[in-house]
Design a protein around this ligand. Structure first.
Ligand SMILES: [Mg+2]
Ligand SMILES: [Zn+2]
Length: 187
């Protein structure tokens, strides 16, 4: 059996009534928080604050917000899935406090070479592969062609291309420019 991505998905929508929604997919480390390496606690979390403005603009323009993150730290045994999920719940709460609803966080806990035990496996979810995005599309009734992905690495963009996500951007583009894309879409 193919290994599946994990997810933190507080409320699974009913796809008969919410078909074809557009999503903004966000990588986590390097987009939402500064990548200090295997961040998994509030203490280590340094927000990349313009991401909140980006999310607010996208939310206003009707995008569902979905995080897609490789978590080799789980594969390597640096922290457990339980710890990751507890931390992810906290991240979602921090967005909520700022008026932003993250719909779900999808994560790949695998690594084909460095993983230990059950996590040492070649999966379809570790970016640049598209498994997390495809699973999110299924669970959250998304129209990938209308969706956008923002990442900080070429592997993020490659996953978007493989999943046929409509457009994708690197955060090395100026944040105001990224945010404006959604403000225009809102008009
Ligand atoms: Mg990243
Ligand atoms: Zn995986």
């Amino acid at each position: 059996m193919r290994p599946e991505p994990g997810c933190f998905l507080p409320i699974k929508p009913d796809c008969t009534s919410s078909l074809g929604r557009k999503a903004l997919f966000l990588d986590r480390d390097g987009v939402i928080n500064v990548n200090h390496g295997y961040v998994h606690t509030p203490e280590e979390t340094e927000w990349i604050s313009p991401v909140f403005d980006l999310c607010r603009a996208a939310q206003t323009a009707g995008y569902v917000l979905v995080v897609v993150t490789n978590q080799a730290g789980i594969a390597r045994g640096y922290y457990s899935e339980r710890e990751f999920l507890d931390y992810t719940k906290w991240v979602h709460q921090q967005f909520e406090l700022r008026g932003i609803r993250l719909e779900a966080t999808y994560y790949c806990p695998h690594h084909a070479e460095a993983g230990v035990g059950q996590y040492r496996v070649k999966c379809n979810c570790r970016k640049p592969r598209p498994g997390m995005i495809l699973q999110a599309a299924k669970d959250l009734c998304l129209d990938l062609g209308q969706s956008v992905l923002v990442g900080d690495m070429e592997t993020d963009l490659a996953a978007a291309v493989a999943a046929q996500v409509g457009s994708h951007f690197l955060v090395d583009r100026a944040w105001p420019e990224l945010i404006r894309l959604f403000e225009v879409a809102d008009r």
